[in-house]
Design a protein around this ligand. Structure first.
Ligand code: PEP
Length: 251
């Protein structure tokens, strides 16, 4: 059975102290209000060890926001999947559109990162999604299919079963524009069918496919009510414990 997941992506926000405070606040709220979904905090690398220590593991998972496409070596400034794993984090967000756009991450690079994440026991939260011009040209289905095929379809069914997908239309990220529940369901169903064509219905049905893009407490419920939307990847609204909880409480 697939899991419902609400994952925060703090991006490059918060000092270490602020991040730990936010993690503590989220954890306290969830201790008092048991979530009906898996909750994950996507923290900056330098926060990971402390955030892992701060939260109750049965309530909150912890994600890095990236990892290197190499396991170790002379790659100044990079953080590898084994390093992420050593912090106690269980997840890694890969292929976020900001990393694709600003840091030149291609599907080929993301293929390497995914392999290293899986080889080191991390669950990739793998992001896909189209930019506005692609949506307007009606190419969004082709774009997400290609992203999945090129970065993930070399995986065996068993390996793919460990991947979480996050559909994030780039035009909705941080813009206040949200895909309508109908738009989200339409493309999530397409993604699931794409997985079924490759791996079969069982793997496709067991894959969690999250929606991301200006998700907030006021729209989470209608987005998550769709049969193929299994939760959200949350940027801005994950930076305030109350807002983040408002989204978690949609389940
Ligand atoms: C994101 O960056 O993954 C995201 C969904 O951001 P926001 O919620 O701020 O649109």
């Amino acid at each position: 059975m697939r899991q419902n997941i609400v994952a925060g992506n703090w991006k490059m926000n918060n000092t270490l102290e602020e991040g730990v405070t936010l993690a503590k606040e989220v954890n306290e709220i969830l201790k008092a209000n048991k979530p009906n979904c898996q909750v994950v905090l996507g923290a900056p690398f330098i926060h990971l060890t402390e955030v892992v220590k701060t939260v109750d593991a049965e309530l909150v998972g912890v994600a890095a926001q990236n990892c290197a496409d190499k396991a170790s070596g002379a790659y100044t400034g990079e953080i590898s999947a084994p390093m992420v794993k050593s912090t106690g984090a269980q997840y890694v967000i890969l292929g976020h559109s900001e990393r694709r756009a600003y840091y030149g991450e291609t599907n080929a690079i993301l293929k390497e990162k995914t392999d290293l994440a899986l080889a080191n026991g991390l669950t990739p939260i793998f992001c896909i999604g189209e930019v506005l011009e692609e949506r307007e040209a009606g190419k969004h289905f082709d774009v997400v299919k290609e992203q999945i095929e090129e970065a993930l379809f070399h995986l065996s069914a068993e390996e793919f079963g460990k991947v979480v997908l996050a559909y994030e239309p780039v035009w909705a990220i941080g813009t206040g524009k949200t895909a309508s529940p109908e738009q989200a369901q339409e493309i999530h169903a397409f993604i699931r069918q794409t997985l079924a064509n490759k791996y079969g219905a069982e793997v496709a049905n067991d894959t969690s496919i999250l929606y991301g893009g200006s998700c907030k407490p006021s729209n989470a419920k209608e987005l998550f009510a769709n049969p193929d939307v299994d939760g959200g990847l949350i940027g801005g609204a994950s930076l305030k414990a109350e807002d983040f909880h408002g989204i978690i409480a949609a389940f």
